[in-house]
Design a binder for this molecule. Structure first.
Ligand code: GSF
Length: 202
């Protein structure tokens, strides 16, 4: 199998971190989805990465489906609990982290791609509020606990770590103000893991 993706995408990073944590070998094939000659549409009609291409040619997307498939392919170490209530909590955190990213990416596109005179500031402010609300929610949930769910690393931490890592890369001011010490400790702890160190956005 191979993973189509980019080095800056936080959704791709989530998949790459899971691959590393599970010690699964899967080459990353760089795909610039914004290039007019990108071949991504041949693999994913939505034109988005990440896309996991299996050996028989089947294409798997999006990142949430890919990481669940990887969990089934290689159950150890478990990143998605089997116990229903714990599993639900982990998946809800993943949805929150991805939702934060969706809002953050909209802010980035609105402020980098759209000419200033066409920007819709209330829309940008709305997306920024979503980012801040998820960060506040995570700060309260973490308090002085090392992990979001249970007493070990799960997909919840990986998804949140990829989201906060992307903010540190693209919007440090959104991440840093107001200070959220528990969240910052969580981010730094994750960034020290080999799986995160090897997948830093660039
Ligand atoms: C989001 C993927 C995505 O937006 C997932 O896989 O979890 N829900 C999906 N990927 C972006 C790259 S990035 O912003 O990380 C992408 O491929 N955008 C191209 C486009 O045409 O929107």
């Amino acid at each position: 199998m191979r993973l189509l993706g980019s080095l800056a995408s936080p959704y791709v990073r989530k998949v790459r971190v899971v691959l590393h944590e599970k010690e699964l070998d899967c080459p990353l094939v760089l795909e610039d989805v914004w290039s007019p000659v990108s071949a991504i549409d041949r693999f994913n009609p939505l034109g988005k990465v990440p896309c996991l291409v299996l050996d028989d040619g089947e294409c798997v997307f999006d990142s949430r489906v890919i990481v669940q498939s990887l969990e089934e392919l290689r159950p150890a170490p478990p990143l998605l609990p089997r116990e229903p209530a714990e599993r639900r909590r982990v998946l809800s955190w993943e949805a929150l982290a991805d939702g934060l990213l969706d809002a953050g990416v909209l802010v980035r596109l609105e402020t980098t791609q759209r000419p200033a005179e066409h920007r819709h500031e209330p829309w940008v402010a709305r997306q920024r509020r979503k980012v801040a609300a998820v960060l506040d929610h995570a700060e309260r949930a973490l308090d002085d606990r090392p992990w979001l769910v249970g007493n070990r690393l799960t997909l919840a931490d990986i998804a949140l770590g990829c989201a906060t890592g992307w903010l540190a890369f693209r919007f440090p001011e959104l991440l840093g103000e107001p200070p959220r010490p528990a969240l910052e400790a969580h981010r730094k702890r994750l960034e020290e893991r080999p799986s995160f160190r090897l997948t830093r956005p660039s």
